[in-house]
Design a protein around this ligand. Structure first.
Ligand SMILES: *[C@@H]1O[C@H](CO)[C@@H](O)[C@H](O)[C@H]1NC(C)=O
Ligand SMILES: *[C@@H]1O[C@H](CO)[C@@H](O)[C@H](O)[C@H]1NC(C)=O
Ligand SMILES: *[C@@H]1O[C@H](CO)[C@@H](O)[C@H](O)[C@H]1NC(C)=O
Ligand SMILES: [Zn+2]
Length: 975
């Protein structure tokens, strides 16, 4: 009611057109007119609303704990809407859909109409539009796409075309990845703005006026992935002295000449000089001023009232010859003005990592901060994809299940936020992220259970209902569903579109077993001891002293096979062996006298390779010239060298028919298992670090040292997709001065870091199971940071040291590295496939074995396996019974002589449980029909290479062809 009467008031006083009669002049059509010949100053009112940081998402939304930070997002939106209603010239942008959606759900129809009218008139511009403003270093592209897809879906469902963002708004993430830009371009965005870039890069760009550029964001996709990119002048805050927000202490504009506080001349002089300085660093006669900051506009009238005065006063100077023209505007309106100026943009094709805010502050610590959260997020993505796929193939249509799936989508969206997966939120907030993910996984378990039952029933199954439980603590060999039962059924689901044959490991408490597959055939298995360091974990609640290992042969694509484990039969034939190597015919690891690897052999090729776990001593602010310390954001060791944890490593070697393992103990807080499975060509390093001792800050790395002549170069992936070449002590676009030789050479590793020796034709790659920081500080050497414990706050806002505790003791982290050695011509294809197998690993569902006798189920969601270069990136229920399908070509050009070729998939013969009736292609996010998408064209130097015809097949055909690195997104009608 209040809302309705406020609207009536607004209409009466200001004569606003009624919402229903609005002309829908949103988007570029709604932009304020710029004045030719003037310097047009675009004031962009905005609020940066973190989806969790110092407070949790809900604490921020409702405005709880204002003693921690004055921030209440619900009031921000309320207050802004009120101001916009009163004056159609005012503008605002809405960024994080997580917050918008919370607010929208609470509004009555009258308020929804008002908001809709503000969207339709362009007064409110949706921008960015992801569920959260994603981090760009530690996120995987699959999750970044999901984050946008879900946010933009809510916007399109609610507002249609006028709710569609045109530009990316990554104002706060700590460095910028090429893949994020590529994703935005393929979503149809016309541009991207961000706030943070290396201070040296920024100075260079300001000087040569290249803050605005064309980012060539893919080596493979041509102009499809080109994106206008603008770096903001003043981070994302208001000009100095012009924060009019209720959380700021800057002076208001006092324009009563009779007031003793009258300050207009000073204020204008200060404002104009800042605008001039900015204009001198950009090329067109437009500048954008970001008017806002963190959680600003809770009392929006303060901001707008003072900006009104500023606009009036500055524009009034025009009659005295001033050439400044101020207006309320938005980022897309600024972009349009820049575009209309017909400038020629320079081209950049590397990325914006690492980010340094000064010579001692390289923000490369967060690449690793909170390592267990980073892994948990990846595990949740693994299960979310299983949940989505099974919802489709298992025809899950219930309302309750849909809510569970939506909650899981939202949870993963929240986790992509640049203070969530990054590990840069306060501990209490990190705990809340873990709660959100845990609930999402539990919800999805109901969905997967229903789906598998639907599939079984459709196939005529009439046995008892299966429990189909998941175990989330398999990484510490704890699983009640396997170890607590004498016998059990394990259903292994494969989320990939091709068959895989993974080794599975199940914690068990017995000694004698029989494992049988769907055909009743016995499967060979082996028991491997759980390492003592795992058994000693004080919070582990498990009787399992061994893991049962077997190979799940030929799991069907998007399908499952079940195995029955019976507690009788023969004993395991694992033995402790007294040798100093492990391996198989394909790969072998030798140990030296200190218990560390000394050689890796692959076939006949033998490479001296030493692997060690070491630590950097963190700068603590006392022993170095600058006081900058290592913290949640920044990595700063107090010296370039890393220290050994132990001189001699205690080793025990176990061998059996399926796997050989070296169990290493470095110290009380560092241990590792090195393993090689039969028939596999990689070596697994399962590191375990913690509790890191209390004495001083430590940042622990795993380092691989070889004789490879890598000539200062190494390669890291961009968010799990394209590969980027890195060169030590070098940046591609400016001449870098590095005063931090270690952290200034760290880069984000989402999935893989690799070295090549062109002369020897060898390539060494290490794949990760979560995002980590990594580098090559010497030729032939790779390192990854696995864990960090720090006792100081690094001064960039979080206000806490990174000192994670778990059940009252310092955190223990455990994880895997996969080492692959190959020749440069063929190694990459192996890495691509292995990366996929680890990201979307098979998911294990446990049930009691009551059903065992009747069990012979193996099912595939696909009629045929897909070629190895094609990936089902997304398969999820969409709207009105449709299905969203993303198909991806996972190879870059010339990575592999056959797999890098274009490939075609036929959707007519695709699913096993349903038929595709029609397919309609959309932009990458799935919310805009591709046929209706037009992007701004820009003039660049050098010009864009002519794009070959995008696809050889028409957009909506059921024959889908894919070029290297191409992702195509379709809305399918199925029956
Ligand atoms: C844009 O600039 C180019 C040269 O940089 C010029 O050839 C072209 O005519 C200009 N177009 C317009 C519409 O001004
Ligand atoms: C999916 O289930 C619904 C009922 O829940 C049914 O109407 C529909 O035919 C089923 N679709 C398929 C492809 O089995
Ligand atoms: C976006 O929303 C509009 C308006 O509701 C709708 O017509 C259109 O189909 C939606 N686009 C997609 C790709 O779903
Ligand atoms: Zn932020």
């Amino acid at each position: 009611m209040l809302v309705a009467s406020v609207l009536a008031f607004a209409l009466a006083v200001h004569g606003l057109p009624a919402p229903a009669q609005n002309k829908h002049k949103c988007g570029y059509q709604s932009c304020p007119e710029t004045k030719p010949g003037f310097l047009n100053v675009h004031l962009v009112p905005h609020s940066h609303d973190d989806v969790g940081w110092l407070k949790t998402v809900d604490q921020y939304y409702y405005g709880k704990f204002n003693d921690i930070q004055i921030a209440g997002v619900q009031y921000i939106i309320d207050s802004v809407v009120f101001e916009l209603m009163r004056d159609p010239s005012k503008r605002f942008i809405q960024v994080e859909t997580a917050y918008f959606w919370k607010w929208w759900q609470e509004q009555d129809d009258a308020m929804k109409d008002i908001y809709r009218s503000l969207i339709n008139s362009g007064q409110i511009e949706m921008i960015g539009g992801g569920w959260s403003m994603n981090d760009e270093a530690t996120t995987h592209y699959q999750s970044t796409i999901d984050n946008f897809s879900w946010g933009l879906r809510r916007l399109n469902d609610t507002f249609g075309e006028c709710g569609r963002p045109r530009v990316g708004w990554q104002i706060d993430p700590f460095g910028h990845s090429r893949e994020t830009a590529s994703i935005m371009a393929r979503m149809g965005f016309d541009g991207l703005f961000f706030g943070r870039l290396d201070y040296q890069d920024k100075n260079t760009r300001l000087q040569n006026r290249s803050m605005e550029l064309m980012w060539r964001a893919s080596a493979d996709l041509g102009s499809d992935a080109d994106l206008f990119t603008g770096a903001l002048f003043h981070h994302y805050t208001s000009p100095d002295g012009f924060c009019f927000d209720s959380t700021c202490t800057d002076d208001p504009i006092i324009d009563d000449v009779n007031s003793p506080e009258y300050n207009v001349p000073d204020q204008l002089a200060q404002f104009i000089s800042q605008v001039q300085e900015q204009a001198d660093s950009y090329k067109t006669n437009n500048v954008m001023l970001t008017m806002g900051g963190d959680f600003n506009y809770q009392e929006a009238q303060q901001n707008y009232k003072n900006m009104d005065k500023l606009i009036r006063l500055v524009n009034a100077m025009q009659k005295n010859g001033s050439n400044l023209h101020l207006m309320y505007s938005t980022p897309s309106c600024y972009l349009k003005a820049v575009h209309d100026a017909n400038l020629t943009l320079s081209v950049k094709s590397d990325d914006f990592f690492p980010y340094a805010s000064d010579e001692h502050s390289y923000w490369t610590g967060y690449f690793t901060s909170r390592p267990t959260h980073k892994r948990f997020e990846r595990l949740a993505n693994n299960f979310l994809q299983v949940c989505k796929q099974l919802s489709v193939t298992g025809n899950v249509t219930g309302e309750k299940e849909r809510e569970y799936l939506d909650a899981a989508r939202e949870a993963q969206g929240v986790l992509q936020h640049h203070d969530a997966i990054t590990g840069t939120a306060k501990q209490a907030v990190a705990d809340d992220y873990a709660r959100i993910l845990t609930e999402a996984i539990h919800g999805c378990q109901n969905v997967t259970k229903t789906a598998i039952h639907n599939l079984l029933e459709a196939a005529g199954w009439s046995g008892p209902r299966l429990e189909l439980e998941s175990c989330l603590l398999l990484n510490i060999s704890q699983c009640e569903a396997s170890e607590g039962r004498a016998g059990f059924l394990v259903t292994v689901y494969n989320p990939l579109g091709r068959p895989v044959s993974p080794y599975v490991r199940l914690p068990v408490s017995g000694r004698n077993y029989t494992v049988t597959d769907v055909n009743g055939m016995e499967v060979s298995w082996q028991l491997v001891p759980v390492p003592q360091s795992v058994r000693d974990l004080w919070y582990r609640k498990s009787k399992a002293s061994s893991e049962l290992v077997f190979r799940a042969e030929q799991l069907p694509p998007l399908g499952f096979s079940s195995f029955i484990v019976t507690p009788s039969g023969r004993q395991s034939d694992t033995a402790r062996v007294y040798r100093t190597h492990i391996g198989n015919e394909r790969v072998r690891v030798d140990l030296d006298a200190s218990g560390r690897p000394s050689n890796v052999a692959r076939g006949s090729a033998r490479l001296p390779l030493r692997q060690d776990l070491l630590y950097y001593a963190a700068a603590d602010g006392e022993d170095l010239a600058s006081g900058q310390v290592s913290g949640a954001y920044v990595f700063r060791p107090n010296a370039s060298r890393a220290y050994s944890v132990a001189a001699v490593v205690n080793t025990t070697v176990y061998a059996g028919p399926l796997v050989e393992e070296i169990h290493q103990v470095f110290s009380e807080w560092v241990s590792q298992v090195i393993r090689v499975y039969k028939d596999e060509d990689f070596v697994e390093f399962e590191w375990q670090v913690g509790p890191i001792p209390d004495d001083s800050g430590k940042e622990v790395i795993s380092r691989f040292s070889t004789s490879l002549a890598s000539q200062g170069e190494f390669r890291t992936d961009s968010n799990g997709r394209e590969s980027l070449l890195r060169r030590r002590n070098h940046r591609p676009t400016w001449s870098v001065q590095l005063e931090e030789p270690v952290s200034g050479n760290y880069y984000p590793v989402t999935s893989v870091i690799a070295l090549q020796d062109e002369g020897a034709g060898l390539r060494l790659a290490v794949l990760t199971d979560r995002a980590q920081g990594g580098s090559s500080l010497r030729d032939g050497q790779l390192e990854l940071m696995v864990h960090r414990r720090l006792f100081h706050d690094d001064g960039f806002g979080v206000g806490e040291e990174l000192n994670e505790m778990d059940f009252d003791q310092p955190l223990v982290a455990r994880g895997k590295h996969y080492l692959l050695l190959g020749d440069t011509a063929s190694a990459i294809s192996r890495e691509r496939l292995l990366a996929q197998e680890t990201l979307l690993a098979p998911w294990l569902f446990f049930s009691s074995s009551r059903a065992a006798g009747q069990w012979e189920k193996q099912m595939s969601g696909l009629k045929l396996a897909l070629p190895r270069n094609v990936h089902v990136l997304t398969l999820e229920p969409w709207k009105d019974g449709t299905v969203l399908l993303r198909l991806e070509h996972i190879f870059q050009q010339s990575e592999d002589s056959s797999l890098s070729q274009a490939v075609t998939v036929n959707l007519q013969e695709f699913f096993s449980t349903m038929t595709v009736v029609s397919a309609r292609e959309t932009t990458l996010d799935g919310n805009q029909w591709l046929s209706a998408t037009r992007r701004m064209q820009w003039r660049t130097d050098p010009p864009a290479a002519r794009q070959e015809e995008a696809t050889s097949s028409p957009g909506d055909s059921l024959e889908v062809s894919l070029r290297p690195m191409q992702i195509r997104t379709f809305v399918l009608e199925v029956k």
